[in-house]
Design a binder for this molecule. Sequence first.
Ligand SMILES: Nc1ncnc2c1ncn2[C@@H]1O[C@H](COP(=O)(O)OP(=O)(O)OP(=O)(O)O)[C@@H](O)[C@H]1O
Length: 623
Amino acid sequence: MEKEYPVPLSREMRSFLMPRDPSVDRRFRPRPNKKQRLFDEVIQESDESSTDGSDTESEYASTNCDDEGSSTEHSELESGPQVFLRLRPVESPSKLYVISDDGNVLITSAAANENTSNNMNRMEKHYSFSSIFDSSVGQRDIYDKCVRPKIMEEECVTVMAYGTSGSGKTYTLLGDNAMAGVIPRAVEHIFTMNKNQLYTTPKVKLVNAHMVLLEDDAVMKEMQVRRQLLALCPDISTQYHRLHHAIQGDHEFMPLESEDVSVMIWVSFVEIYNELVYDLLTLPPKQANMSEPRRKNLKIVCNKGQVFIKGLTSIFVKSGEDAIKLLRLGQQRITYASTAVNANSSRSHCVFTVDVLKYHRSGITTRSSYKFCDLAGSERVDKTGTIGSRLREAQSINTSLMVLGRCLDAASSSKKKNNADVIPYRDSKLTLLLQPALLGTERLAMIVTVTPLDKYFEENLNVLSFASIAKNIIFKQPIVKQHNTRYSGFLECNQSSIIRDMKRIEDLEEQAMRLRAEIDQLNYQHVLQMQLQEEKLRKELTDRFQASLEMNLSQGDERLKKMLHMQTREFEAKMASIKRKYEEEIEDLKDEIVDLKNENLDLKDEIEELKSPNSDIEIIDDE
Ligand SMILES: Nc1ncnc2c1ncn2[C@@H]1O[C@H](COP(=O)(O)OP(=O)(O)OP(=O)(O)O)[C@@H](O)[C@H]1O
């Protein structure tokens, strides 16, 4: 029997998340979003077996055969994200949602939607998923179905939780004290898988998306940062012990057996808050007066297809407990707030990354990265009366989710599939960071969470439409399975060398401590000796100066005396010669006087002679 389809009364109101509603019958859509070739064979079978003649939703037919975990879903050449739906347990679930018998399609009822403002929302819609989990499905099954196969494939994977605020994204990823979420389970799984190959020193690190072999001093520095940061983590040993046993009881994780590989595991944790990227694993500043670490906004760099956050702290972890401790530390630093729908609502997008770096005996290194992304919940700011900073947060959250929706839409559009440039992943920090998953070079698994209550009907349709678009994506580019680098001269890596290295590190650390204490002691002694030496030197110098001063004084005295003596003698000699000279002159003068006197007498005699009467000469006296 042919089914009647309501004709839309007016133009579809576009949701704040999606530019179009992909769940609507293709006959009402402008473009035929042909179902992926990936499922061609199975679609044919489904089409044949379809007896009710229903063609309400193309995704429905395809979903029937969309066997999650099947090998076709993981084609090397064409693959798409896996999209799962999880319904949160609520007291009185809405009757507007029905899960199809095969458990892969959610049917939203056409009957009771009078309240909606959107005509398109009044129609019955079918949304297909890789799997749908109703409220009875627990954390264990969610992990086994959505994430476990991805961890075992050892590729680069992004696991994203998307949904309205309060729908259970954080619960799904992190869980609570009783029921661990996806991340702790994945961490346990990764450590169990690699437990026989774990290398205990951070010899290889991802630096700016490239694997780098660290020098010994860089290794020591990494170990120091790791120690300091772990010391800041809350003490969760009892809690972790319980969690570890609960998870190991839920799952049977198998260790990989290989002697030819050494595994180094690193974690990092960031949040994107109001379009700014913050490192959640930074060390606090050294100054004692600054108790809160200063939040530094980091830059996301895209370089030749590699995306990385510049300057992001990545911590080398030796055990699941280390990783969970750092996860808890980061959680304490995430921006939470109480909102109308969730008393403890994440106000940012958070990405916890586990990088598993492998060094193979052949000299090749490979890596698998697991990104766990807890998106902030989309919110109806118009209806909830959100104001102030909450409003700014909500707007920023909604904008980045809208860009995410646009990216998925662009990726799913068949015309644009070969042109990554048209995917607007640069329009938000979130999409820029998740670019490899959005472009299909890394695997993407999306867990969509929904609160199945009547009052959230319209918001949930937005979320389901978003999921539906994600489900339609086919990536034609092959997934980059492994990132390889070859190093020569790396350490021999087998069990005994690991034990040897561990022992060596412990010895070195002990030795370093001993040496540090010795250096302190020597420093103290050195300072003391320097002080004594200085004092002694001062005294010696003063004494010497004094002696030389005295010697100089006495020598000066001597010299002066000599000089005085010599000058006295010179003076006396000079005086004697002058005296002699004057005496001689006096003698000469005396002689002259005598001569003159004699002359005078002669003259007198002559005069007397002349005066005598028998003289012819008359003497005339003037007087
Ligand atoms: N499947 C579930 N089973 C049990 N409790 C759940 C489930 N999903 C969510 N909850 C509970 O609902 C509440 C809100 O969940 P959660 O904080 O995970 O929502 P959220 O989607 O992360 O919200 P927001 O986006 O606001 O941060 C929590 O108390 C959580 O324990």
